[in-house]
Design a protein around this ligand. Sequence first.
Ligand code: IMP
Length: 174
Amino acid sequence: MLQQLISAEEIEARTREIAAEIRRDFGDEELVLIAVLKGSFIFVADLCRHLGGDVKVDFVQTSSYGAEKSSSGVVQIRKDLDTNIEGKNVVVVEDIIDTGLTLSHLLQVWQTRKPKAIKVATLLSKPAARTHPMNVDYIGFEIPKKFVVGYGLDHGDRYRNLPFVAELVDEASA
Ligand code: IMP
């Protein structure tokens, strides 16, 4: 069963604000957005259209949760960047930061490639679930430690096409 948490209109408004914050920080400098697949494909598509200016987009893919609702605890990079980020202004775009394991691993790897700046934008954050603390520069919405789907986020690859974010409630526990 789905329970809507964040509407399409709220997401749209907040995405515009985040784009404005990013442009405030970087001016009209070139940006490289790195979207972490698959969950961030819709957020990055909307975010990049609100950013304007000189924007490049690249994608990485890490091991996913599969059909599980919790992480295996191991991060594997399945598809790395095509772009050389040395000397670039990088904004990593995530759908959700849960434990922080994925992102802390990726940031560690990418810092060694000497970007000019590297910042993190996430649509959703579950601060209560964080086991790997990190600085997150742009957060769309903080949510409780619940499993959510929609607007790119999935469960077993379903629900990505929902225009809103909803909690996935087990029928048994509802
Ligand atoms: P972390 O490494 O624990 O921060 O997990 C990050 C990744 O786990 C996200 O990019 C999502 O793909 C997935 N994930 C974490 N929480 C959820 C959720 O509530 N719904 C769907 N995917 C999630």
